[in-house]
Design a protein. Structure first.
Length: 153
């Protein structure tokens, strides 16, 4: 049970850490890297993808050290980070930005809410002025709006 809780807490912790890192580091001292995502010039890769490599590397370190030392908590932490990364890739890259066009347009109210919150985040192409820094942790107004609209159709 403690291992399942470790995976869940790691996943939740990644959303919270990602929000903080996105808000205060990516839109702060590392803006020159992150701006390639806001001012995308075409092509499949952008300099901003180095953040994916960083978090992926972190997950691998947790997994390798955890497995090497038979430490379930470290292994589950790496698993939670990996599951968050997979969720991020599917939601952000595939559903919202459509970097891989494997899915149609989002129809579920929660996914529409996530997409709109992210679109609002991208309204500013500059370091300051953005809102909605989370992937899954978004302002309730987006969720209410899309669930209300979903009931009307």
């Amino acid at each position: 049970m403690i291992l399942v809780v470790s995976v869940i807490l790691s996943f939740i912790g990644m959303e919270l850490a990602s929000w903080l890192i996105h808000r205060y580091i990516m839109h702060g001292p590392l803006w020159n890297i992150h701006k390639t995502h806001h001012q995308h010039k075409g092509g499949w890769l952008e300099l901003n993808d180095v953040f994916t490599l960083f978090f992926g590397g972190l997950a691998v370190i947790f997994l390798v050290v955890g497995l090497e030392h038979n430490n379930g908590v470290l292994t589950c932490t790496g698993t939670g980070i990996t599951l968050y990364g997979l969720t991020y890739f599917i939601v952000h890259d595939m559903l919202i930005h459509r970097r891989l066009k494997l899915f149609g347009r989002v129809k579920h109210p929660f996914l529409k809410a996530l997409a709109e919150a992210h679109q609002d985040h991208h309204k500013s192409r500059e370091r300051d002025g953005s809102t909605s820094f989370g992937l899954l942790l978004i302002d309730i107004k987006y969720i209410r709006k899309h669930f209300r609209q979903g009931r009307k159709t």
